[in-house]
Write a protein that binds this ligand. Structure first.
Ligand code: RFL
Ligand code: PHB
Length: 390
C-alpha cells in the first residue's frame, strides 16, 4: 500500500487529522490496534474547549456536536461547605466550553471517515514504523498471518500514551518529563439527571470529587481514590455515599443516584516527551503528552497539535513550504507546557495529598481564597480553562 501520511492510532487525534487532510485532498491511512467498538466503548473526556469545537466544524463533523452538545459558560468550585462559581464567559472575554462526550465526537469522526471512504484499518497488530529518518519511511502491521507494508512520506504517531510511535525515537534523542500523582480518579457514568446543570469541582479533606455530565439525562461523576483501590472495591452504594460526603450538604441532598453503567479508575499523571518530531515521524496528542484530567485539557492539548500539523502538511503539499513542519515540535510544545502548568495547578489546588503537611493545606486554602477575591486570578483561570489560543 502507498499513502502520503500514515497515521498510527484511530483515537480522536488520528481521526481528526485524517479527516482534515482528506478534505484538502491529502491521502492518509489510519492504523488502529483495537476494534471500532472497543474505541467507542472508552469513556473519557467530556469538556471541549472552543478551539476543539472549531476544529470539529472545520472537519465537517460539528453538526451533531452543535445540536446535542451543551454550551457551558461557567462551573463551580465547592469548598468548605460552599460553592463559588467561576464565570468563564465573563472572564474569558465571552468564550465558553462545550460539554460533548469523547465517545460521541469519535463516533462523528468515524462516520465522517466512512462517508468520505477514508481508510481506517482496525485490529492492526504489531504496528511498527520504519526508516523514519529516510525520505522513504514505511509502516508495517500484521493482520492474521499477513504482514502488510505501507509506504508513505510521513508517519503520525497518534497512538496514545501506550503506543509504539514514541518508542521508535532513540533514547539519546527523546527526553521525557513525568510526574505521577499518588491517587487516581474513580469514575461512574449513570443514567440519572445531573445534580447540577454546570460542573462542580469539589475540594474536600476526604478527597477531590467532580460532578460532570454528558447530557441532562446522563451524569458523569468522579472521586479521588488511593492508587491501591480496585474498581471491585467500590459498590455503587459505596461510591454514591462517598461522593455525597465530599459535596456541600445541600448538593448531596439533591443528588439523584442510580445504577452505574460504567465504572473505571484512571491514575493521574503529567507527562511530556520532547521533541515531538523525529525525522519524518510527528507525535500528536496523548502519544506525546498526558495531563491529569482536573483541568479538562487532555483532548484539548491534542487539538492544537492537530491544528499545527494540519496546517503544516497543507503548506507542504500545496505550496512546498516546510516551515510549519520544521517548527512543529517547538510550537506544539510551547502550548503543551502551558496546559501542563494549568492542569498541575488545578490538581494541586483541589486534591488531598496523602503526604501533605499543615503548611501545604494552608496554602491550598489561601490559593482558593485568593482566587475568589481576585478578578485577575479568575481571569487567568477562565483564560486557561476555555483554552489558550492556538
Ligand atoms: P487516544 O484516545 O489514547 O487514542 C490513541 C489510539 O491509538 C490506538 N493505539 C494503537 N494503534 C495502533 N498501533 C498501536 N501500537 C497502538 N497503540 C495504541 C489506541 O487503541 C487508541 O485508539 O489518544 P488521542 O487520540 O491523542 O486522544 C487523547 C484523549 O483521548 C485524551 O487526552 C482525553 O481523553 C483526556 N481526558 C480529557 N480531556 C479533555 O480535554 N477534557 C476532559 O474532560 C477529559 N477528561 C480525560 C478525561 C481522560 C480520562 N482518562 C481515562 C485518561 C477523563 C478521563 C477519566
Ligand atoms: C468529564 O466529564 O469526564 C470530565 C469533565 C471535566 C474534567 C474531567 C473530566 O476536568
Amino acid at each position: 500500500m502507498k499513502t502520503s501520511v500514515c497515521i498510527i492510532g484511530g483515537g480522536p487525534s488520528g481521526l481528526m487529522l485524517s479527516q482534515l487532510l482528506h478534505l484538502k485532498g491529502i491521502d492518509t491511512v489510519v492504523l488502529e490496534r483495537q476494534s471500532r467498538e472497543y474505541v467507542l466503548g472508552r469513556i473519557r473526556a467530556g469538556v471541549l474547549e472552543h478551539g476543539f469545537a472549531e476544529l470539529m466544524r472545520e472537519a465537517q463533523c460539528g453538526e451533531r456536536m452543535d445540536r446535542e452538545g451543551e454550551i457551558h459558560e461557567g462551573f463551580f468550585i465547592a469548598h468548605d461547605g460552599r460553592m463559588d462559581r467561576v464565570d468563564l464567559h465573563k472572564y474569558s472575554g465571552g468564550s465558553s466550553v462545550v460539554v460533548y462526550g469523547q465517545t460521541e465526537l469519535t463516533r462523528d469522526l468515524y462516520d465522517a471517515r466512512d462517508r468520505m471512504k477514508g481508510i481506517v484499518i482496525h485490529n492492526a497488530e504489531d504496528v511498527q514504523p520504519h526508516e523514519l529518518t529516510s525520505k522513504t519511511p514505511y509502516v508495517t502491521y500484521r493482520k492474521g498471518d499477513e504482514i502488510v507494508r505501507i509506504d508513505c512520506d510521513y508517519v503520525i504517531g497518534a497512538d496514545g500514551f501506550h503506543g509504539v510511535s514514541r518508542k521508535a525515537i532513540p533514547k539519546n534523542v527523546l527526553r521525557e518529563y513525568e510526574k505521577v500523582y499518588p491517587f487516581g480518579w474513580l469514575g461512574v457514568l449513570s443514567r440519572t439527571k445531573p445534580v447540577s446543570p454546570e460542573l462542580i469541582y469539589a475540594r474536600h479533606e476526604r478527597g477531590f470529587a467532580l460532578c460532570s455530565l454528558r447530557s441532562q439525562v446522563l451524569s458523569r461523576y468522579y472521586i479521588q481514590v488511593p492508587l491501591s483501590d480496585k474498581v471491585e472495591d467500590w459498590s455503587d452504594e459505596a461510591f454514591w455515599a462517598e461522593l455525597k460526603r465530599r459535596l456541600p450538604a445541600e448538593v448531596g441532598a439533591r443528588m439523584i443516584t442510580g445504577a452505574s453503567i460504567e465504572k473505571s479508575i484512571a491514575p493521574l499523571r503529567s507527562f511530556v516527551a520532547e521533541p515531538m518530531r523525529w525525522g519524518n515521524l510527528f507525535l500528536a496528542g496523548d502519544a506525546a503528552h498526558i495531563v491529569p484530567p482536573t483541568g479538562a485539557r487532555g483532548l484539548n492539548s491534542a487539538a492544537s497539535d492537530i491544528y499545527y500539523l494540519y496546517h503544516a502538511m497543507v503548506a507542504h503539499y500545496q505550496r512546498g513550504d516546510d516551515s510549519g513542519l520544521e517548527g512543529y515540535s517547538a510550537k506544539a510544545l510551547a502550548r503543551v507546557w502551558k496546559a501542563q502548568r494549568f492542569s498541575w495547578w488545578m490538581t494541586m489546588l483541589l486534591h488531598t495529598f496523602p503526604d501533605s503537611i499543615e503548611y501545604d493545606r494552608k496554602l491550598q486554602d489561601t490559593d482558593l481564597a485568593y482566587l475568589f477575591s481576585s478578578e485577575a486570578a479568575q481571569r487567568s483561570l477562565a483564560e486557561n480553562y476555555v483554552g489558550l489560543p492556538f
